[in-house]
Design a protein around this ligand. Sequence first.
Ligand SMILES: [Zn+2]
Length: 65
Amino acid sequence: MRTRPGVCQRKRRYATEAEALAVAARAEVTLRPYRCPLCRHYHLTGRTKGMRLPAFERERRMPRS
Ligand SMILES: [Zn+2]
């Protein structure tokens, strides 16, 4: 994914993927954390095409027996 510096500065930064995932899990829209090559932190994106499902979404889609 290409990341423009302006996007990086506007977006909320998360120090760890776990922190970003926790926010994504609570969000009402589908979000994915990604590692930003500019700031080396994590941001969230709603553009999920081609991205792998995070664990919390895999669990949601897998009904437990
Ligand atoms: Zn960034």
